[in-house]
Design a protein around this ligand. Structure first.
Ligand SMILES: Cc1ncc(C[n+]2csc(CCOP(=O)(O)OP(=O)(O)O)c2C)c(N)n1
Ligand SMILES: [Mg+2]
Length: 904
């Protein structure tokens, strides 16, 4: 395989072993190697490593400039002599794997025959089958009452393989497989990818949005340690396995938290990267070597890296190669060349790979072309994969990543093996099907096989018996999702009582009120221990530093230093049993912790309740996909959007002022989103949330925005609990109900106070009697309105149902004005269920670095603008003269020529 002559510095990682150093005799180098061999033999690898380390130091001291390389040669990490015996029946496992391969392929091919373009992936699983099957037969332990089990993140596109295995296991019917990607068919089907929402008894972790699962797996492994260190679960050797694609590692989230994993010494974590060198469009690194690139990234991050590159057939060739020529040659090729080489004929391999050096050619001289073609890659060799997994589970002190070389579309032959189009391959012609059948020995004749039937051997066949026995030995089936936690009593009236009573005129922000609740909850007998406060380096912003001392910040090593503020009351206390997860500046990582804590009711049978508080603008805007995954996973808990509101967060400006998140929260179906104004509203929402999620087991979670504007918290005005939860209630009615001019004002969050001020202005200056409503959740109102409308549409003969908004406003007279610190679309989306036209004020546009008063003027959401909006509506209705409106605009000092904040 020729390299271009004019190439610059090669892209290939620095992994080559020079066999002909300048001026050094072969014999001399041979002597060095032999003495190392003898040390290895007599004293073992630790001593050999120590000598090499000392040599390196000695060389450096003596001025030898050794280039840094985090790479090892392009060879298997585990030498043959350290390879354990394969404990299973390899031939039987191969047959089982072949059947799974067939059924996985059949699912996709059949689905696309029935419904053109329904999609599905054959080649991902085809390349990863051995990686999974070794895991299923020998490693993945199921969850049970006695043992928490291993946690496995399956690569999303490999799901046909998981379904096909579950079919052989007797867990999924042929009917289900038939309806792969057609979930709405009678009897149900199978979802394209792992979705706990859609298959809650099967899948645990959604993985198909690439890059999320590696990060979630890291934080899952860390959360498992957190539970152990806090004494909430026994210390076990359970592992977290994450299967990724090599292309997937380009997602920044994939490698974004790998240093956390090594820093925390997460030897309960194993990544398996399926290095088929291809992604969707083509090679991952055509001009480089993705494996070497990943090796250096992971080794640099102090992970234990195990490369599984070459299958057993290569072992004797390596043995014959005493000069290290083969490894050198392997390090020379770029992935684009490898992609071609591994699916080429033996003659091609001989000429283009071994042909680069006559000595290499000599190494394979005794081998036929056919045996050269059959040289397997490491990731397709169960013995090599088993050795890697065994080393990974036995490894102590750091996480392990296994970089396994495979061929994408393995076994598809002309239909796509190693081809750039293989990711999308969903259809095979008759010849290709027959060939696949023959290659994997599926007992179907030429005619039957082109129908691509699912094939399951009889229940008493050796294959099924073996497969079942292996799973039995490992505790049951995987993947399997079940809920093992017991419902909480969740009787917390006493705990939340004080927050219903108001602050007695004291000015506090809703954030402070929330932190007060958190403090109390942490002391509660039932939920105190279960609370998991999570914060991405923002605790002081939210006034949570008092919790540092009382709850402690979790650190797996305790606190090895005396904190600089040790003499202060609220010093920075880290502790091994600390409760707070202070994640540093990573909203993604914090969300992953929140997911781990919020799904522990299923994963561990522990009802941990996450409270993840963050800068609201850096929530949905930044990590919406994680929130989507959390929703899919039926995560429970609370997201607290702190310092929220476009005009309530003063000074910070365009990047920080959040007027978006409540709009971005709309699409998440099981997320309840609230924008409360007062402490009692928050306490009602949280108390009810804990009950719904942890007592009643509802699959919802919460987004609550809290603000940093201080004001007196009123006591709860009567029993408005239902209204708070349903999205709106009348907070303060007009005092003069006989007035001719009437208005209804809707406010949320801190803007509710502006509505209350407008109520006063309207009444005292313009004789307009207005009611003020607290709208705690536009989303709840929107969902209720839609649901009611839908029900009416589908049940035309029955008693018409009325949306909650309409019910609230049935007897509410006058014009309607809403003001929100978020986009105007929030009030607008419920206006159709209001009795009359709605004027909406909101904060569409970029924020500004300014104080609250100026911001509310700029965005036209303050009491003056609310007043003018109400007067304008009255004017349009012919209820007041134009002169009243003109005068009001003037008196209130409103600049009518100011720029539109939505576009400026
Ligand atoms: C965030 C995200 N972006 C894009 C995709 C679409 N996509 C699905 S599979 C794939 C290629 C996967 O390549 P690789 O990770 O190497 O997996 P392989 O199938 O080769 O094992 C792409 C781009 C996705 N699922 N998620
Ligand atoms: Mg790939």
């Amino acid at each position: 395989m020729e390299k271009p002559k004019d190439e610059g510095p090669t892209e290939v990682m620095d992994n080559e072993i020079s066999t002909q150093p300048h001026g050094m005799e072969d014999v001399e180098i041979q002597e060095w190697l032999e003495s190392l061999d003898s040390v290895l033999e007599s004293s073992g690898p630790e001593v050999a490593a120590e000598i090499l380390e000392r040599l390196r130091a000695h060389a450096t001291v003596n001025g030898i400039d050794l280039p840094f390389s985090a790479n090892t040669p392009y060879a298997n990490t585990i030498p043959v002599r350290l390879q354990p015996l394969f404990p299973g029946d390899q031939e039987l496992e191969r047959r089982i794997k072949s059947l799974i391969r067939w059924n996985a392929l059949a699912m996709v091919v059949r689905a696309n025959r029935v419904e053109h373009n329904i999609g599905g992936h054959i080649s991902t699983y085809a390349s990863a089958a051995t990686l999974y099957e070794v895991g299923f037969n020998h490693f993945f332990r199921a969850r049970s009452e006695e043992f928490e089990g291993d946690t496995v993140y399956f690569q999303g596109h490999a799901s046909p393989g998981m379904y096909a295995r579950a079919y052989l296991e007797g867990r999924l019917s042929a009917q289900k497989l038939e309806n792969f990607r057609r979930e709405l068919k009678p009897g149900g089907g199978l979802s394209s990818y792992p979705h706990p929402w859609l298959m809650p008894d099967f899948w645990e972790f959604p993985t198909v949005s690439m890059g999320l699962s590696p990060l979630m797996a890291i934080y899952q492994a860390r959360f498992n340690r957190y539970l152990e260190d806090r004494g909430m679960k026994p210390v076990t050797d359970a592992k977290v396995w994450a299967f990724l694609g090599d292309g997937e590692t380009d997602e920044p989230e994939s490698l974004g938290a790998i240093t956390l994993a090594s820093r925390e010494k997460l030897d309960n974590l194993i990544f398996v990267v399926n290095c088929n060198l291809q992604r969707l469009d083509g090679p991952v690194r055509g001009n480089g070597q993705i494996i070497q690139e990943l090796e250096s990234a992971f080794r640099g991050a102090r992970w234990n890296v195990i490369k599984v590159l070459w299958g057993s057939e290569w072992d004797p060739i390596f043995e014959r190669d005493t000069e290290g020529l083969l490894v050198k040659r392997m390090g020379e090729l770029v992935d684009g060349e490898y992609q071609k080489l591994v699916v080429s004929s033996g003659a091609y391999v001989r000429e283009h790979f071994f042909g680069s050096d006559p000595r290499l050619l000599q190494l394979v001289e005794p081998m036929s072309d056919e045996s050269l073609r059959r040289l397997r890659l490491g990731g397709h060799d169960p013995r090599k994969v088993y050795a890697a997994y065994k080393a990974a589970v036995d490894h102590k002190g750091s996480p392990t990543v296994i970089l396994a070389r495979t061929i994408k579309g393995y076994g598809l032959g002309e239909a796509g093996e190693g081809k750039n189009v293989t990711h999308q391959q969903k259809k095979l012609n008759e010849d290709e099907l027959r060939e696949f059948r023959s290659r994997f020995g599926i007992p179907l004749n030429d005619e039957d096989c082109i129908e691509v039937p699912f094939y399951r051997p009889a229940e008493d066949s050796v294959e099924i018996q073996y497969l079942r026995a292996r799973r039995e030995a490992l505790g049951g089936y995987v993947p399997k999702r079940s809920i093992r936690s017991k419902p909480l009593v969740a009787d917390h009236d006493e705990l939340f009582k004080e927050f219903l009573e108001g602050s007695d005129g004291r000015e506090v922000s809703t954030t402070m009120a929330f932190v007060g609740m958190l403090r109390k909850m942490l002391k509660d007998a039932e939920i105190g221990k279960l609370i998991v406060p999570i914060v991405p380096d923002e605790a002081r912003t939210f006034g949570m530093e008092s919790l540092f001392r009382t709850a402690g910040i979790y650190s797996s090593v305790g606190q090895k230093y005396e904190p600089v503020d040790v003499n202060t009351l609220l010093y920075y206390k880290e502790a091994k049993d600390g409760q707070i997860l202070e994640e540093g500046i990573t909203e993604a990582g914090s969300m992953a912790s929140c997911i781990a804590a919020g799904t522990a009711y299923a994963t561990h049978g522990i009802n941990t309740i996450p409270f993840f508080i963050y800068y609201s603008m850096f929530g949905f805007q930044r990590i919406a996909d994680f929130i989507w995954a959390a929703a899919d996973m039926r995560t429970r808990g609370f997201l607290l959007g702190g310092t929220s509101g476009r005009t309530t967060l003063s000074g910070e400006g365009l990047q920080h002022q959040d007027g978006n998140s409540h709009v971005l929260a709309l699409p998440v179906p099981n997320l309840k989103a609230y924008d409360p104004a007062f402490a009692y509203e928050i306490s009602i929402i949280i108390q009810d949330g804990i009950r719904r999620m942890y007592k009643d087991g509802e699959n919802v979670f919460y987004y609550i925005t809290v603000m940093n504007e201080p004001y007196a918290m009123p006591a709860m005005p009567g029993n408005v609990k239902d209204g708070i939860l349903r999205g709106m209630y009348r907070f303060r009615a007009a005092s003069n109900t006989k007035a001719k001019l009437r208005a209804q004002l809707f406010g949320s969050g801190a803007i509710l106070n502006e509505a209350l001020r407008a109520q006063e202005i309207l009444e005292t200056k313009y004789g307009v009697a207005a009611d003020v409503w607290s709208v705690t959740s536009y989303k709840e109102l929107y969902n209720d309105g839609n649901e009611t409308e839908r029900w009416n549409r589908l049940h035309p003969g029955e008693k018409v149902r009325v949306p909650y908004v309409s019910k609230c406003l049935a007897d509410a007279p006058g014009v309607l004005v809403a003001a929100s610190d978020y986009l105007k679309t929030l009030p607008n989306m419920i206006s159709k269920w209001m009795p009359r036209r709605l004027a909406s004020l909101g904060t569409d546009g970029f924020g500004r670095s300014e104080g609250r008063t100026s911001l509310r003027d700029f965005f036209e959401v303050d009491s003056r603008f609310i007043t003018v909006a109400a007067l304008h509506e009255l004017f349009v209705d012919g209820k007041i003269e134009r002169s009243v409106l003109d005068k009001a605009i003037k008196d209130l000092g409103i600049n009518t020529d100011k720029p539109n904040p939505a576009t400026s």
